[in-house]
Design a protein around this ligand. Structure first.
Ligand code: HEM
Length: 514
């Protein structure tokens, strides 16, 4: 009988031996790493946090089902809180397993402070965010990290230091276009108009020229731009939740990206020419009526390439358009259903005697300010965010039986932090934390890290003041213009989440000037 000796088998399959060595090396590496992690964790007094309960253990199939069900039932944002509550009372940081991959979730202000500020340099953006931003928008601050981010931030920051007077003038112009598009005494959805409104504002501010989505004479062009922009946003959101999708060809995405790039490039080209000609403001003679200072002219400094400028402009546009539109949509879904809040805003706005508020008057609209802050507390537009550890590092709290021990986080592990879950903590905001109550801000002074609708630390939102002004000003003007505001539809708010938190049922209303 012919017998194959092992050595003969190996010589026929030369790859077997190297493969065995590779597997062995990987196992050894894993063992050495585990040992080193255990030692580092032990020497820093770290303990693991509780895990989200799942009968399938590290597979996390129960968790995946829960998320799919919540998405179907249109209550995904609730999961951001329940994931902690399910792990036990008073649990604010957990380990979360999905298909064998571990991440951490936290709603503890101390941990958020550590990630966003105290140990900022230990953390980086998750790779999926960087890739998605680069592929969809050609880079820019929102998807940049390390030195590249520092450069982007230094470039953009001064452009945000514009005067409120300038901003109000610009918002008022677009508000007048918004009002023209509102059909009086008819049921319509405000969330159809808000993204057009914020798109027109942000393009005007950034490029010195608006897409004109609200302007009927430019509507076709503006709509085309908006629909391509929306498509890119939608594909980016899918890529963020399923990064492997990025490997599939997507010709429509390519077309959309090309169109949006060409739009930006047209203005960038102009700005670079103005810069080369020694002028950094728009020529009023050849562009009558256009703004004097737009972002683009401020950031088109010597040495910035057209591609880099495009990335920054589009990135800022992404950061500023949907967020502000979503906040307006959620606020306006609630106002007509909360006559107690709406009537107090009306009273306050009535003190303006019908005139549009100027920068000083805006500062005096204190109740309106509280109402906006309160909506951002209960419905933060970015309800979850995450960072990946750049190096082995530590979170100060959440480990052990009492949740007070530090947690060891290995290089490459991701921590998701949820502003929504933190803003709804009863131990921070009181027993009525689940209720919209603007008056809580009379007594509640949350610490910087307990209230983070605009993030925090070195990457704090650059458009915070602008967004708050845009939302409060628009609300004051709408209230002034329409004495009658009738809500249409159910009374239970449904939050929807893709790239931002939005009102799942839109915001149908009937407005009247009488
Ligand atoms: C209600 C409206 C808005 C909300 C809730 C919001 C929220 C945020 C949050 C949470 C971050 C931090 C992201 C992170 O740390 O990963 C951020 C960053 C940023 N936001 Fe906003 N934002 C809003 C409006 C705006 C507007 C209107 C603009 C500009 C037109 C803007 C520009 C930016 C930029 C450029 C960054 C990146 C900052 C950096 O990475 O250094 N945002 N925003």
């Amino acid at each position: 009988m012919f017998v194959t000796l092992p050595s003969q088998g190996l010589s026929q399959r030369p790859w077997v031996f190297p493969a065995l060595v590779l597997v062995l090396v990987l196992i050894l590496r894993r063992l050495v790493l585990s040992y080193s992690y255990r030692r580092k964790a032990h020497s820093n007094g770290c303990c693991p946090p509780p895990s989200s309960p799942d009968p399938t253990g590290r597979l996390g199939l129960f968790q995946i089902r829960k998320i799919i069900q919540a998405k179907k039932q249109r209550r995904l944002p609730n999961v951001f809180s329940s994931v902690f509550d399910d792990a036990g009372q008073g649990v604010h940081t957990i380990a979360h397993h999905v298909l064998g991959k571990k991440s951490y979730w936290t709603r503890d202000p101390e941990n958020v402070k550590t990630i966003l500020s105290a140990n900022f340099s230990d953390w980086q953006l998750p790779a999926a965010r960087v890739t998605a931003f680069n592929q969809c928008w050609g880079g820019g601050i929102f998807g940049a990290d390390g030195h590249q981010w520092k450069h982007s931030r230094a470039l953009l920051r001064p452009a945000f230091g514009r005067s409120q007077i300038q901003d109000i003038e610009l918002i008022e112009n677009h508000f007048l276009s918004l009002v023209k598009r509102i059909p009086e005494n008819e049921v319509f959805d405000l969330t159809d108009l808000f993204p057009m409104f914020t798109m027109d504002i942000v393009t005007d501010m950034l490029f010195g020229e608006t897409t004109g989505c609200l302007d009927p004479s430019k509507a076709e062009e503006g709509q085309k731009f908006a629909s391509f922009f929306n498509y890119i946003m939608q594909r980016m959101s899918m890529r963020l939740s399923a990064p492997l999708l990025a490997m599939l060809p997507d010709f429509k995405l390519k077309r959309a990206v090309k169109f949006v790039y060409e739009f930006a490039d047209y203005f960038i080209d102009g700005a670079l020419k103005r810069r080369a000609g020694g002028r950094n403001v728009i020529d009023h003679e050849s562009h009558p009526g256009k703004r004097k200072h737009c972002f683009l002219d401020e950031i088109a400094t010597d040495g910035e390439s057209a591609e880099a400028l495009r990335g920054e402009m589009l990135s800022t546009m992404v950061a500023g358009r949907d967020t502000t539109a979503s906040l307006l949509g959620i606020l306006w879904w609630h106002l007509p259903r909360r006559p107690d809040i709406l009537s107090r805003i009306r009273e306050e706005v009535a003190s303006l005697g019908g005139s549009p508020p100027d920068a000083k008057a805006m500062k005096d609209l204190k109740y309106l300010e509280k109402a906006v802050n309160e909506v951002l507390r209960l419905y933060p537009i970015n309800p979850i965010n995450s960072r990946t550890a750049r190096v082995d590092t530590i979170l100060p709290r959440g480990g052990g039986e009492d949740g007070m021990s530090p947690i060891f986080i290995a290089k490459g592990e991701t921590v998701v932090f949820s502003s929504l879950a933190m803003h709804r903590r009863r131990d921070i905001f009181g027993e009525d934390a689940g209720i919209l109550n603007p008056d809580r801000w009379d007594t509640k002074r949350p610490s910087t890290w307990e209230y983070i609708p605009f993030g925090g630390g070195p990457r704090l939102c650059l458009g915070q003041q602008l967004a708050l002004l845009e939302v409060a000003y628009t609300t004051a003007r709408l209230v002034q213009t329409f004495p009658s505001i009738e809500p249409i539809g159910g009374d239970v708010f449904v939050g929807q989440f893709a790239m931002a938190l939005t009102s799942g049922d839109g915001c149908k209303v009937r407005l009247s000037r009488a």
